[in-house]
Design a protein around this ligand. Structure first.
Ligand SMILES: [Zn+2]
Length: 300
C-alpha cells in the first residue's frame, strides 16, 4: 500500500495540535506539526461553549487546508479529551469548555467536520484511545495512563479499546479515590477523583505545599491512588501491562514508575506478580495521540 498522509489532531485542554502524519505499512512518523493555545474555559471565560467549538473547528479546517498545500491528505484523525460513544459522538468535553458545554453533547462532531471538509474520511477518537492505538502494533492487552493536566486511561483488550456503548470505559479516572469533603476538585465537577489526585496539576499542588513546609514532596503518597487503579485493573481483568505517558510521566520518568511499583504489593493478593515488569514508561516524544490516531484512521 502506498504511503498515506493523515491530518491528525490532538485537541487538548491546553494546546490544539495539528500534524501531518505519514503512515507506511503500519509505521507512522510526524512530517510536520504546529500548535496553538486552546480557547478553554479557564483562559477565556466569557466565550460561550458554542464559540469555543467553532474556534476548534476553524483550527482543524485551516490546518487541513494548509496540509493540503504540501501533501495529498487521505484522512483526518481528531482526538478529543472526552468520552466518545459507540456512534462516534463526543459525550462530554469538560476540560475544553467547563460545565456550560454539556448542552451541546452528545456532539456529532464528525458530521460538522465532514460538512466543512467534503470528501475526506473523518475519524474521531477519545485522546487516550487515539494514543493507545500507537501501541496496538506491539501489544494486544494493556492499559494506558496519561498523566497530564488531567489523568486519562484506556484499556485495550485484543487490540481494541474497551469503551462500552456510551464511552464510559476508562473513565475510572473519574471515580472517587479520596472521599474526604476537602478532597481536590476534578475538571468534571466531582471531588477526590483519580483525575484530581494524580494529575500534573495535583503534583504541582503537592510540591508547592511541601515547599511551604520546608519538606520534600511525598511522591510515594502521591502515587498511591495510581497504584490502586493499576491493581484494580490487574485483579479485575488480568492485565499485565500498564503504560504511563503524559507530561508528568515524562517529567518524573523512572522516579515515578519506581514509586508506583513500590506501592503495588500492598494493594492486594501477592501471587507472584512481577509489578516491576508490568509497569512501564511509554516513549516520551509527546506524539502518541497524533500518531496513534493516524494509524487507527488508516486501519479503519
Ligand atoms: Zn472527575
Amino acid at each position: 500500500m502506498p504511503v498515506r498522509h493523515v491530518a491528525s489532531f490532538d485537541i487538548g485542554g491546553t494546546n490544539l495540535r495539528a500534524a501531518v502524519v505519514a503512515v507506511d505499512d503500519g509505521t507512522a512518523r510526524v512530517v510536520s506539526q504546529r500548535r496553538q493555545e486552546t480557547p478553554n474555559h479557564l483562559i477565556l471565560p466569557a466565550m460561550s461553549a458554542a464559540e469555543r467549538l467553532d474556534a476548534v473547528l476553524d483550527f482543524i479546517v485551516a490546518a487541513v487546508s494548509e496540509a493540503r498545500q504540501s501533501h495529498v491528505i487521505d484522512a483526518v484523525a481528531a482526538a478529543f479529551p472526552g468520552p466518545v460513544d459507540a456512534a462516534g459522538r463526543i459525550a462530554a468535553l469538560p476540560t475544553l469548555w467547563g460545565d456550560d458545554g454539556q448542552a451541546l453533547c452528545p456532539l456529532a462532531l464528525d458530521g460538522l467536520l465532514a460538512a466543512r471538509l467534503p470528501g475526506l474520511p473523518i475519524c474521531l477518537f477519545n485522546d487516550v484511545t487515539a494514543a493507545g492505538h500507537r501501541f496496538v502494533g506491539q501489544h494486544r492487552d494493556f492499559a494506558l495512563f496519561t498523566l497530564g493536566s488531567g489523568v486519562g486511561l484506556k484499556v485495550f483488550i485484543d487490540g481494541q479499546a474497551q469503551v462500552g456503548p456510551h464511552g464510559a470505559g476508562g473513565e475510572l479516572t473519574h471515580m472517587v479515590f479520596d472521599p474526604s469533603p476537602g478532597a481536590p476538585a476534578c475538571d468534571c465537577g466531582g471531588r477526590g477523583h483519580l483525575g484530581a489526585l494524580a494529575s500534573g496539576r495535583a503534583w504541582q499542588r503537592v510540591c508547592a505545599a511541601a515547599e511551604q513546609d520546608g519538606q520534600q514532596p511525598d511522591l510515594d503518597g502521591f502515587v498511591e491512588p495510581l497504584a490502586r487503579a493499576v491493581a484494580m485493573l490487574h485483579y479485575a481483568l488480568g492485565l499485565e501491562l500498564f503504560l504511563f505517558s503524559g507530561g508528568l510521566s515524562e517529567a518524573l520518568g523512572e522516579t515515578l514508575r519506581a514509586a508506583i511499583v513500590r506501592r503495588l504489593p500492598e494493594q492486594g493478593w501477592q501471587c507472584g506478580q512481577d509489578w516491576n515488569a508490568m509497569v512501564r514508561l511509554a516513549p516520551d516524544d509527546d506524539a502518541h495521540a497524533l500518531i496513534g490516531g493516524a494509524l487507527a484512521a488508516c486501519r479503519e
